[in-house]
Design a protein around this ligand. Structure first.
Ligand code: FES
Length: 602
């Protein structure tokens, strides 16, 4: 019998042969198809549900029962990471890929860009040497471009050859006065750059005209690494298992950027040869993986990154399909868990400028908190867990079509669903609202217990009471007939908010202030934009800040990357910020555990 097994995926009708022993999830990954996989195929998240259409099913991990009801199993639903591919297998990827509905992140707030051209293109139409005054090629160039720094020998040779070939009519390109390239003819008006926000879940790319400083367009897509695990911990463990897996993750993220790049350049009829500079931000795991560096040191004490300062290289060295002259600048990071994305957000939020105490939060699986106060900036990272990104929640999902994104409880439950779709699950903002509203209605106790029928407040309407039903392991609360919250879901949210709250309190204690002293609470990231301030305060993720102090600032990390793309001054500010930010390691704080345990309660 051959060692290869054939499997066909629907609705794509894509057939692939894989070695024996490959799981259905791994086969889909090889075929470039996305199946939700928050735990990276470890059988722990229950998100990789597929429908078996044909072929013998052999489950090697008995995890399905934990996540799938008897009814779901009878409908041939299985977890893709628990089944080995058998020859002739046919599988329906039953859920829509998570990237449906991801939109380009908007730059909602960007500090005014004092645009200072970083990439200078200059058309040189030099007279040929008469023989009378034998001025060198380089002198004639610097006569036009006096600030240009002398290049190395290899480059000097290249310049001389090309100048002659083009009869001294060529365009010279420099980055901050360093020579980059020389092209025949006049190409001065073709000068573009990209800012990339490399998120664990979403990758956003901004295309800018580097002659005018104008932002031309934005693209965003699900990070292709997502099918190897939803959070940084599962990606690190996947990458560390085998060297070739590190390469797989590197390629996946380069592919994501390449696809976005292709779409943007095609739409604007821009030749990729006209891209000269890319600035990139991301958390430390993302930037390590993007460079193909094993991030294992980030996950074990003493949590050490391989590099911290800004890292400059040729973009093509990372697998980006760009010409060799395109420069890539990875902005500096602060520590193993406070990365260039936090530095960029702090830059866009002006945390390095004078002002009253300001708190900057990026809420997610790894929540980042930064506090600016009296000329100091402190930052920490909290392991909030995957609940707010849909992980470890019975009907949790990302904020895509079919996700309940908002919940209100009055006489009955009112929900908002993303896209024109029936509810398939609930995303982070929906979960936060649901728990906040259930707390407000007395359905959940201060300790987080979902009350039973006997202890419900009398004023609750019959419509709401009917939504509380007995489940397999305790009561469940229905938001729709098919989507409900369990006690476990509430507990997961408690863990997330307890961790964030502890981080906030510890930074305020470092600065010697109380929450009354904080003048602004800035919520960064696309997720921050979708969260309701009242829900954040009601569940206690935030201390009781007045709502007018809480402001969503959109994708601040992307805005910071753009600032660095468009201004040398802002780039220098980012470098300084990374040095100024004082990192606070929460696991070394004596009071962390106490604050966390207190923060878990409502
Ligand atoms: S349970 Fe299969 S990927 Fe998580």
């Amino acid at each position: 019998m051959s060692d290869e097994r054939k499997i066909t995926f629907f609705p794509q009708e894509q057939t692939i042969s894989v070695p024996a022993g490959c799981t259905v999830l791994e086969a889909a990954q090889r075929a470039g198809l996305v199946i939700d996989s928050l735990c990276g195929g470890k059988g722990r998240c229950g998100k990789c549900v597929v429908k078996m259409l044909a072929g013998e099913v052999r489950e090697f991990k008995d995890m399905g029962k934990k996540f799938l009801s008897a009814e779901e199993s009878s409908k041939n639903l299985r977890l893709a990471c628990t089944i080995c591919v058998e020859d002739g297998m046919e599988v329906m990827i039953s859920r829509e890929p998570s990237n449906s509905g991801i939109k380009g992140k908007e730059i909602d707030k960007i500090v005014p860009i004092d645009f200072v051209k970083r990439i200078n293109k200059r058309y040189l139409n030099l007279k040929t040497n008469s023989g009378q005054n034998q001025i060198s090629d380089w002198e004639r160039i610097t006569h036009v471009l006096p600030d240009l720094k002398q290049p190395d020998l290899k480059t000097l040779k290249k310049i001389s050859v090309l100048m002659r070939k083009s009869e001294f009519k060529a365009t010279l390109t420099s980055l901050d006065n360093e020579f980059i390239s020389i092209e025949p003819g006049d190409t001065e008006n073709k000068n573009y750059g990209l800012a990339v926000d490399l998120g664990t879940t979403t990758v956003a790319v901004y295309l800018a005209d580097l002659n005018t400083g104008q932002i031309l367009d934005t693209g965003a897509a699900l990070n292709e690494q997502s099918s190897y695990g939803a959070d940084v911990v599962s990606r690190i463990s996947y990458a560390d298992e085998q060297p070739k897996r590190l390469a797989i993750l590197q390629k996946a993220v380069a592919n994501t950027i390449n696809e976005l790049l292709y779409k943007l350049l095609t739409k604007h009829s821009i030749d990729r040869k006209s891209i000269y500079l890319i600035t990139l931000v991301g958390n430390p795991t993302m930037t390590h993986l993007f460079l193909g560096i094993n991030p294992q040191g980030l996950s074990v004490f003493p949590f050490t990154p391989v590099f911290a300062g800004s890292y400059n290289l040729r973009a093509c060295e990372t697998g980006l399909v760009l010409p060799s002259q395109a420069k890539l600048e990875i902005l500096p990071l602060v520590s193993a868990y406070v990365g260039a994305d936090t530095v960029a957000s702090a830059l866009a939020a002006d945390l390095d400028q004078k002002g009253p105490p300001r708190l900057l939060l990026d809420i997610g699986t790894n929540g980042e908190v930064a506090l600016a106060c009296n000329g100091n900036i402190w930052a920490c990272s909290t392991a909030a867990g995957p609940a707010l990104e849909g992980g470890a929640i019975k009907f949790g999902m990302r904020a895509v079509r079919g996700a309940i994104s908002e919940v209100n409880i009055t006489d009955d439950v009112e929900i908002s669903i993303i896209g024109n779709h029936t509810a398939r699950g609930l995303c982070g903002s929906g979960l936060l609202d649901a728990v906040a509203q259930m707390l407000g209605s007395g359905l959940i106790s201060k300790t987080g217990r979902l009350k039973d029928f006997q202890s419900l407040p009398e004023e609750l309407t019959p419509a709401i009471r009917r939504r509380l039903t007995p489940g397999e392991t305790g009561h469940i609360f229905h938001l729709t007939p098919d989507v409900y919250l369990t006690q476990g879901d509430i507990n997961q949210l408690q863990l997330a908010k307890g961790a964030m709250r502890a981080g906030i309190e510890i930074l305020m204690a470092e600065a010697g202030i109380t929450f009354d002293d904080v003048e602004e609470v800035l919520l960064a990231g696309a997720f921050g934009t979708s969260l309701r301030a009242d829900s954040l305060v009601t569940v206690g993720l935030l201390p009781p800040f007045p709502q007018q102090k809480i402001k969503a600032i959109g994708n601040a990390a992307g805005a910071g990357a753009l600032l660095c793309l468009l201004s040398k001054g802002h780039h220098q500010r980012a470098v300084n910020l990374a040095k100024e930010i004082k990192y606070v390691e929460l696991s070394l704080q004596n009071d962390f555990q106490d604050r966390f345990m207190k923060g878990i309660k409502f």
